[in-house]
Design a protein around this ligand. Structure first.
Ligand code: SF4
Length: 70
């Protein structure tokens, strides 16, 4: 499965990093960074085997810029 972040939409609230620090951190630009993700166009994408805490993160993101796709 893939985790996708529309990086531009992120408002840097920090929820993702608080809920799921294994995958998310706040970077120098004040927005969340999906650790290990690759840029695909304007979005960041990370291939993972198990969703782990990322579904919770997608549900919690206030601007809904995180997607879990199987
Ligand atoms: S929860 Fe969403 S808006 Fe908040 S820092 Fe993470 S990606 Fe950005």
């Amino acid at each position: 499965m893939r985790i996708i972040q529309e990086h531009e939409k992120c408002i840097g609230c920090g929820s993702c990093a608080a809920i799921c620090p294994k995958y998310w951190e706040i970077s120098d630009d004040g927005k969340a960074r999906l650790i290990g993700a690759k840029l695909n166009g304007v979005d960041f994408e990370l291939e993972i085997k198990k969703v782990e805490c990322n579904q919770e993160v997608a549900d919690a993101c206030p601007v809904q810029c995180i997607y879990v796709k199987s």
